[in-house]
Ligand binder design. Structure first.
Ligand code: FES
Ligand code: FES
Length: 260
C-alpha cells in the first residue's frame, strides 16, 4: 500500500506549505476533506503554482449547494438573511448568507442552473436574469436585495412545453454554438423588447426626443443594447437576426458576414 494511502492526513510540512499559499483558507480546506492523496496528486501535476490554482478551484467547490441537513438549520449559514421572492412564478423563501449573490442562490440553492457563471465579475452577461422585468447581472446582485421582488431566469420563460418566442427565434436562427452564453443572451433580449416597448433610449439613439413607446430597433440599436452579453463563439449575426424577427414580427433573413 502506498504511503499516501497509509497516511491520509497532511504532514505538518505539507500543511505549512498550504498555509503559506492560502493562509486564510487552510482550516476551511482541511474541513472539506482535502487529504494527503489530493495534495500529492496536485504537487505531482505541476508544483506550487498549479497547487495554488487548484486551491482556487477548491474554493469554488466550497461554495457547494448546502446538503439537506445543512439547509434545514439556519445556524449553519453565516450572516444569515431570510428572503422571500417570486421566482419563475413560484414564491420561494430561504435563508442565505448576506454576501451570497443571486447567481449562486439560483444555481446552488434553488438548482436553477440555466443561468451561467461566466466571469463572475459583471463582464460577460452569461448570468443575466430579470428582476421585475429589468435585466440584471445576477453575479453582481446580492440575493438579500431581492426580497419581495420578481425574478425570472431562463427556466421561467417557457410556458410548459411552449417556448418563449425569443427561444424559438434563437433556435430558428441558430443563435448559439456552444450555448454557454445563450441563457443570458435570451434573458437580455426579452428584457430589451420591454425597453423598446417603453421607448427607452440607448447610447446610440440619435435623437432621444424621437423615442417613444413601441420603438422599432435597428440592427445597430440591437447590437448596442446587447453589447453587455459576450459570445465567444461569435454567433452575433444570428442573435441579432433572432431578436429583429421577434421585435418586428416578420421573418428576417440571416446575413452571414465572412472575414475578407
Ligand atoms: S458571470 Fe455575471 S457577467 Fe459574467
Ligand atoms: S454560443 Fe458559445 S459563447 Fe455564445
Amino acid at each position: 500500500m502506498s504511503d499516501e494511502n497509509q497516511n491520509p492526513d497532511l504532514t505538518d510540512d505539507e500543511k505549512r506549505l498550504f498555509a503559506d499559499l492560502m493562509p486564510e483558507d487552510l482550516n476551511e480546506i482541511m474541513d472539506s476533506g482535502f487529504n494527503r492523496r489530493h495534495f500529492l496528486k496536485l504537487m505531482s501535476v505541476g508544483g506550487a503554482t498549479v497547487l495554488a490554482a487548484n486551491l482556487l478551484g477548491a474554493e469554488q467547490v466550497l461554495a457547494r449547494p448546502l446538503a439537506p441537513e445543512e439547509a434545514a438549520t439556519t445556524a449553519a449559514i453565516e450572516n444569515g438573511v431570510k428572503i422571500s421572492f417570486n421566482i419563475n412564478g413560484a414564491t420561494r423563501s430561504l435563508t442565505v448568507d448576506s454576501r451570497m449573490t443571486l447567481l449562486d442562490t439560483v444555481r446552488e440553492r434553488l438548482q436553477l442552473t440555466g443561468s451561467k457563471k461566466g466571469c463572475d465579475h459583471g463582464q460577460c452577461g452569461a448570468c443575466t436574469v430579470m428582476i421585475n422585468g429589468q435585466r440584471v447581472l445576477s453575479c453582481l446582485t446580492l440575493a438579500a436585495t431581492c426580497e419581495g421582488k420578481t425574478v425570472t431566469t431562463i427556466e421561467g420563460l417557457a410556458n410548459g412545453n411552449q417556448l418563449h418566442p425569443m427561444q424559438e427565434a434563437f433556435i430558428k436562427h441558430d443563435g448559439f454554438q456552444c450555448g454557454y452564453c445563450t441563457p443570458g443572451q435570451i434573458c437580455s433580449a426579452v428584457a430589451l423588447l420591454g425597453e423598446a416597448q417603453k421607448g427607452d433610449a440607448s447610447y446610440v439613439t440619435s435623437n432621444i426626443k424621437q423615442t417613444g413607446a413601441g420603438l422599432s430597433l435597428s440592427e445597430d440599436e440591437i447590437r448596442e443594447r446587447m453589447s453587455g452579453n459576450i459570445c465567444r463563439c461569435g454567433a452575433y449575426p444570428n442573435i441579432v437576426a433572432a431578436i429583429m424577427e421577434v421585435q418586428s414580427g416578420k421573418p428576417v433573413e440571416q446575413h452571414f458576414n465572412f472575414a475578407g
